[in-house]
Design a protein around this ligand. Structure first.
Ligand code: CAA
Ligand code: NAD
Length: 283
């Protein structure tokens, strides 16, 4: 099983980064989203990110141009028929993800690997939605994708050894570091990180300190590269809420209860960077 062509579904915060890193490593990539507008926004983001890497000397201008040229775009899933690996990076909701897996079953070859970039949802439940559950696996990238080293690889109960080996090899081929985890809600990183962000939001809710001071305390006192509220804004507060809801219902444990303020921020549309406002304002 060799991965040579890649499909990315969802051109949001994560999808554009995932498409970019595969393309920069030489893989032809087809990127799909529901609207051309979302695809246009993703292309502009990738252009900006590649330009940053050229400025830093990570890529030459010619390498950045050819990376972008390797990415084709589509608003239907049909081109996924030609892919060896499809990475899904759409909204963090079980029923939407299983719907897409069902569509991919009808379009893709039966040996195409179906990877999910889910932050917290059970891979075993996602695999159960496929007619070929052994090919489903978690390939969890971190934001911002071009910068973060880790890819958390999550094996569903049904995932075959061959699929896990192929995804590990593809992770190494794009210059990232794979680490394997068993399937459990939130896996490892988000089981630790999402409650930290949620608790920082509770500190704001309780009026203990300003968001700026909470963030600077964690930067100055715990050496975090950015504070938990700025990190929530970077991830997207809707995504953080979806993760907390999965942990809360999955483990059936009150310690994962989403902060009331987190829910209000999402209801107000204050989703963080992607909506222009979260715990901070963004131009
Ligand atoms: N594309 C390309 N390069 C980028 C980039 C992007 N989108 N964003 C930042 N960079 C590069 C910059 O060029 C810069 O490179 P150099 O240091 O080599 O010049 C480097 O990254 C640092 O960027 P900045 O100097 O602009 O900013 P910074 O020093 O404040 O770092 C940061 C930004 C890398 C985001 C850093 O603050 C950080 O690591 N924050 C924590 C991020 C984190 O925890 N991510 C995981 C979130 S959880 C998740 O993703 C999982 C989930 O399921 C929700
Ligand atoms: P996002 O809201 O930025 O983007 C999601 C994109 O998917 C949107 O462009 C939307 O139009 C598209 N989409 C929705 N339904 C679709 C469908 N049926 N078919 C095709 N496209 C569809 O979301 P995001 O932050 O990129 O998160 C995507 C996934 O990655 C989620 O599962 C999330 O939990 C996970 N994740 C997010 C982060 C993060 O920091 N934001 C980090 C790691 C993993």
């Amino acid at each position: 099983m060799k991965i040579e062509t890649v499909g990315v579904i969802g051109a949001g915060t994560m999808g554009n980064g995932i498409a970019q890193v595969f393309a920069a490593a030489g893989f032809p990539v087809v990127m799909q989203d529901l609207s051309q507008e979302a695809l246009d926004r993703a292309r502009a983001t990738m252009q900006g990110s590649l330009a940053r890497q050229v400025k830093k000397g990570v890529l030459t201008e010619a390498e950045a141009d050819s990376a972008l040229a390797r990415i084709t775009q589509a608003t239907t899933l049909d081109p996924m028929a030609d892919c060896d690996l499809v990475v899904e990076a759409i909204v963090e909701r079980l029923e939407v993800k299983t719907g897409v897996i069902g569509q991919l079953d009808a379009i893709c070859r039966k040996d195409t690997v179906l990877a999910s970039n889910t932050s917290s949802i059970s891979l075993t439940q996602l695999a159960a939605a496929s007619t070929h559950p052994g090919r489903v696996i978690g390939m969890h990238f971190f934001n911002p994708v071009p910068v973060m080293q880790l890819v958390e690889i999550i094996r569903a109960l049904q995932t075959t050894d061959e699929v896990a080996a192929a995804v590990t090899e593809a992770t190494l081929a794009i210059g990232k570091t794979p680490r394997v985890s068993k399937d459990s809600y939130g896996f490892i990183v988000n089981r630790l990180l999402a409650p930290l962000i949620n608790e920082a939001i509770n500190c704001v809710y309780e009026g203990l300190a300003t968001p700026e001071d909470i963030d600077s305390m964690m930067k100055l006192g715990a050496n975090h590269p950015m504070g938990p509220l700025a990190l929530g804004d970077l991830i997207g507060l809707d995504v953080v809420l979806n993760i907390m809801e999965t942990l809360y219902s999955g483990f059936d444990d009150p310690k994962y209860r989403p902060s009331p303020l987190l829910k209000q921020m999402v209801h107000a549309g204050y989703l963080g960077r992607k909506s222009g406002r979260g715990f901070a304002h963004y131009a």
